[in-house]
Design a protein around this ligand. Structure first.
Ligand SMILES: [Mg+2]
Length: 476
């Protein structure tokens, strides 16, 4: 019996009938394991796989070590080969938070150990680190403060990327009247991102019952753009009012204009269907709220709800931004070695692994395109340097400049949504044939994109593995 992507999905608690091709899961980059081998690997670690520190990941770890040994023997680049001759990192780390560092408000013990390895005796990071979370219900500074407390190392807000952070680049909407949906300080978040004319669902709800259409000063603002920051507290209220706004073109005193083929621009952050808190099973995420909104809109109008932008993992834009933060951090520290490798550590196949692999694909294609252009120019003798002009037509890409990274490797941990222990509980006779795609509707299911580069027990093991792969201060 082979271990397939179907089996991976079986660890996600909810399943529907949808036949998918069976593909072997790659453990630690080793393409050899059959399903039998993988099952034995996990069987050996059945105790405390989810959230525990005492994981018996012996076989998996030995597999990782043999891979690392092979990779190390092949590698010619290491940290000490930097232009300055110092032990500078040529790589950056992107950490998911929920399910990797915390479960709800409870820290995952391995996180503290991992982060002690990432700072020097002065508490300064020895490699550039960015926290890329799809959470969006607070400001970056608050998340940085929480992380500092949990991890015992100082974290600055510049190291934190929330799902909504890329909206800072959507300047064409910053002056427009936007309606925001979510929970927490949504108005403050919107203002922090650059939006100057913001109204909340609560403001709409409170304004309309008392609407005085005679006194123009008391008329509520008419939203022309809708931003979904995250799952709200009162789903029914937000669903109702967002549908109202979309179907009235923002003028809530009008009746629905169902004949219109388009609706107001809609931007959404965080597409996670589920996330991992303290509860044993995953919780509904903002992606579930979006499924509700999309289906209600389609049921009423017969048309698909369309998004102007989808940000947060796994969108490419989010990784562009994260990579930009990593480069900025390295420059601020005076590290001159280019950051050529990124490692993305996460617990969610559809979010962290899909996103990292998607960005890795972009980086590879970009590299190939540049090489082929350089080759062409060399052959034609035009002498024009290969530049980032090919990206210039894309506002946000030019905003972030061009990535220095040439790869983004995904590392899956077993302390959150992905839980191989759950896999063992499934009936192996039937779990192979079906899978379910938990990604967003607008992101195509592609088996290669949810195949993790490596699987490790927890974030501490992830950091050890990365250091070994990079031959970076492994004695720390
Ligand atoms: Mg997570």
């Amino acid at each position: 019996m082979g271990c397939t992507l179907s089996e991976l999905s079986m660890c996600k608690s909810v399943y529907t009938k949808q036949t998918q091709p069976q593909r072997p899961l790659k453990l630690h980059g080793n393409t050899e394991p059959t399903g039998h081998k993988q099952r034995r690997l996990y069987t050996g670690s059945a105790k405390e796989l989810n959230g525990g520190e005492t994981m018996a990941f012996g076989l998996v770890w030995r597999s990782a070590r043999s891979l690392v040994a092979r990779q190390q023997s092949r590698r010619s680049i290491c940290a000490s080969a930097s232009p300055s001759g110092k032990n500078e990192p040529g790589f950056g780390l992107l950490f998911d938070i929920d399910g990797v560092l915390v479960r709800g408000r409870t820290p995952i013990p391995a996180a503290k150990k991992a982060f002690h390895k990432l700072v020097d005796s002065n508490g300064q990071f020895i490699v550039p680190v960015v926290f890329v979370t799809n959470a969006g219900n607070c400001l970056r500074q608050k998340k940085a403060d929480q992380l500092s407390h949990i991890l015992g190392v100082p974290i600055s807000q510049d190291q934190v990327m929330m799902s909504h952070s890329p909206l800072r680049m959507f300047r064409k909407y910053h002056e427009k009247c936007v309606l925001v949906s979510g929970q927490g300080p949504v108005l403050d978040i919107a203002k922090y991102l650059g939006f100057t004319n913001v109204i909340s669902i609560d403001m709409v709800r409170e304004s309309f019952p008392l609407l005085d259409m005679v006194d123009h000063n008391r008329r509520p603002k008419v939203p022309v753009t809708v931003i979904l920051f995250g799952e709200p507290i009162r789903w029914e209220t937000n669903l109702q009012l967002i549908i109202d706004v979309l179907l009235t073109g923002g003028n809530l005193s009008n009746i629905y204009k169902s004949s219109h083929s388009s609706h107001l621009p809609l931007l959404a952050c965080n597409m996670d269907l589920m996330w991992m808190a303290e509860a044993p099973a995953p919780r509904f995420g903002h992606g579930t709220f979006m499924v509700c909104l999309e289906n209600i809109y389609k049921k009423i109008t017969g048309r698909e709800l369309k998004y102007e932008a989808l940000v947060g993992k796994p969108s490419e834009l989010t990784y562009h931004y994260a990579e930009y933060l990593i480069r900025t951090q390295a420059a601020e520290r005076g590290w001159r070695s280019p950051i050529t490798s990124l490692y993305a550590v996460g617990d969610n196949l559809m979010t962290d692994i899909y996103g990292a692999n998607l960005y890795n694909r972009y980086l590879k294609e970009r590299l190939a395109s540049k090489s082929s252009k350089a080759m062409q120019q060399a052959l034609t003798g035009t002498g024009v340097a290969v530049s980032e002009e090919e990206d210039a037509d894309n506002d946000w890409v030019s905003e972030l400049a061009s990535p220095s990274a040439t790869s983004c490797k995904s590392i899956l941990v077993c302390t959150g949504v992905y839980n191989p222990h759950t896999e063992l509980l499934q009936d192996s006779g039937q779990c192979i044939k079906e899978t379910v795609f938990h990604g967003h509707r607008d992101f195509r299911f592609e088996p290669a994109l949810i195949e993790p580069g490596n699987i490790v027990p927890d974030v501490h093991a992830a950091v050890d593995l990365i250091f070994k792969m990079e031959q970076f201060r492994t004695a720390v």
